[in-house]
Design a protein. Sequence first.
Length: 378
Amino acid sequence: MNHGESTLIMPTSTDWEVEREGGMEKFIRSLAREASRRLQPLQILSTGTNTAINGSVVVRPVVRNARTEFAYVRALRRNLRARMLAIPDRAVVLANAEHYVWPFFDTEVPVILLAHGAIPPTLRQTGGLLKTLAFELLLERRAIQRVDRILVVNEDTGAYYRKKFPEASRKVALIPMGVDLDAIPSPETRATRDRLEIGPSRLRVLFAGRLSKEKGLPLIVQACSMVRAEREGGGLELTVAGDGPLRGWLHARCRSTRWIHALGRVPHSELMELMASSDLLTIGSTYEGLPTVLLEALCAGLPIVSTNVGRASELLGRQNGVVVERTPGDFAEGIVRASKIDRLGAAKADAQLRPLLDFRRTADVIFETARTVSEGKS
């Protein structure tokens, strides 16, 4: 594919020198690796202090640090307006959310919005009604009018934009989201190492993600407790990998509940080991565009119990997982059902899905969309 000289610009509040395990950061790092392989010019406008260059990929810090994403985008907007930050000719911006579009309102650079999910449904739960209304009135509509394309990760998100902004329907297109398969062991190579030494006689349940209310960890803990009450000898152990606002709540539960193991944030390689030694993964999110951990577990052949978020109902079926309602009873029933899934059958089903979840397909669409938008503006 010939990308010409167009440069993809990606703003992010991530400090590139501090590797974390959030889904968004995994996406950005996967995109950077793919851009480097293809010699696609990519500039990542990050937080931090040091500029980094890896072939065609350049990381340029905008501000030393930012407590919130909005603090970062305000700093980026100031730098652009003061001409402290130059945008290359034939550049295209890839914005991961509407607030990342805001700094470019007064510029002429083409912008692609990559919508991992509609923000207002989550903001209502985390920020309240007032913040949600402010976001919709002051930012969302202007961002949708400003962008040239809207790439959505699932059909529900696409339907949200088409219904709310019918005048922008022509901009909306579905993108096949994937993960870096090189970093995920195939389903046929399930490891036998059990770092917590739980043993095969107990059901090993895994939660991996941000410890926040919208991710549903309290729901999962309650459901696991219900399953333990019904299992002979209470044979269930819950491993929690991640960090976030509910850290204190989780540690308090761990002190009084020996069957919960809080590991904090773990490197990706260790997360893959945990997936390989677990019996099932749990996802209890209230709203989410497409959880990265869902795709990773599918590629690793791990059965999944999930609420109906992202593409869960599309990707999970009788052989590889269960989609449940967001109640403790339904989730507990889902855990029991998923525990009976044949791992060999799950591995075969997930092996067929694996090529469809390759991040290279994601990169194909992003780079081709950027090329088309750039040529249309030139």
